[in-house]
Design a protein around this ligand. Structure first.
Ligand SMILES: O=C(O)CCC(=O)C(=O)O
Ligand SMILES: [Fe+2]
Length: 351
């Protein structure tokens, strides 16, 4: 089911963080994250062990190595489902504050609504709503939390079923991409599947209100996503930016596509062959914006380290094994309070 697409993403260079004067006025389209048609992969979603289309895998591998960002079209998610999901997202954030506060996330439950998230110890200019994969059933390490859904008082009967349907669709896209990434590292495509059997993925609904002082705030400060990979929908406002070689590039909306980025777990598995890039969301003076990242995360029991195919005498392992459960636990604490320096995968780098 192909959604309408534009052929390419005209990313604009938006300025060097340090030497703005040296910024060229524009950049060639070749310098934008690529748009990749994954329809040759989507057909294989239910036969995970079979090799995927080599040309498509090569495009994904190259994009993960250079940008850590790319767009996908031909992903098979019905445009009608996306439209229903986006309508429910907007309706949810339009609810009166006290109804949203009734679903507040907290230290004992990571799922629900919030307007107080910190990224790198700075308060984000946004509201969010998180819902998880296992609804509290993963609680081996006491972290997963349980989903909080609007009740009758909220008057949004379609919110929960629509979020669940979209969650399932985003997960299918994410798994196909995880398999392509495995094959791109010289492994069978289902190499990582075992780690996702009890996955701790979550879907995050973001709402970014207009900001009277857009230069004084960030909707989200520069960060990498901690998990394996992210499948993002964004509304038609250009605010997402990715860092490459010390410069920030727009990742503008491209209708009919998802934006994909690799996360820290994939960077570690790939021994740095795939990048988990810094990205940020800039504030808008007058425009409101919505986005929804689906974070594909492994099970909490997963210990991740560079996979054997990525480690050679010339390229020794760059990371010590990391426990996903312990890593998440420390990050979650940092979402609420300034805990000083957050845990980073660089803490696990082998010197
Ligand atoms: O809103 C966006 O475009 C990106 C959101 C993001 O990076 C995140 O929630 O981690
Ligand atoms: Fe992110």
């Amino acid at each position: 089911l192909a959604a309408p697409n534009r052929p390419s993403a005209p990313a604009a260079r938006v300025g060097a963080p340090t030497a703005a004067a040296a910024t060229p006025p524009s950049c060639a389209p070749a310098e934008a994250p690529p748009v990749i048609d994954i329809s040759p992969l989507a057909a294989r979603a239910h036969t995970p062990a079979e090799p995927l289309d080599g040309a498509t895998v090569a495009q994904i591998r190259d994009a993960c190595s250079k940008w850590g960002f790319f767009y996908v079209r031909g992903h098979g998610v019905a445009p009608e489902l996306l439209a229903r999901f986006e309508a429910q997202q907007a309706a949810f954030f339009a609810l009166p504050a006290e109804l949203k506060r009734a679903l507040k996330r907290g230290r004992t439950n990571s799922k629900g609504w919030y307007d107080d998230e910190l990224t790198k110890n700075k308060r984000d200019w946004k509201e969010g709503f998180d819902l998880g994969a296992q609804d509290g059933h993963l609680d081996g390490v006491g972290l997963d939390g349980f989903n909080q859904w609007p009740s009758g008082a909220h008057g949004l009967p379609l919110f929960e079923p629509t979020c669940r349907a979209y969650f399932a669709a985003a997960h299918d896209v994410a798994m196909v991409l995880a398999r392509a990434m495995a094959q791109g590292l010289g492994m069978p495509p289902d190499h990582f599947d075992r780690e996702f059997a009890r996955h701790s993925s979550y879907l995050r609904l973001n709402y970014y209100p207009p900001c009277p002082e857009p230069n004084a705030h960030r909707c989200i400060s520069p960060h990498t996503d901690a998990g394996a990979l992210t499948v993002l929908t964004q509304s038609e406002v250009r605010s997402l930016q990715v860092e490459l070689d010390g410069e920030w590039f727009d990742v503008p909306p491209v209708p009919g596509t998802f934006v994909i980025n690799t996360g820290d777990v994939m960077q570690v598995w790939s021994n740095g062959l795939y990048r988990a890039p810094l990205h940020r969301v800039i504030a808008q003076r007058t425009l409101e914006r919505y986005s929804a990242p689906y974070f594909l995360n492994p099970s909490y029991e997963t210990e991740y380290a560079p996979i054997p195919s990525t480690v050679t005498p010339d390229r020794p392992a760059k990371y010590r094994p990391i426990s996903w459960g312990a890593f998440r636990m420390s990050r979650f604490a940092g979402d609420f309070a300034d805990v000083g320096q957050e845990t980073q995968i660089s803490d696990f780098e082998i010197a």
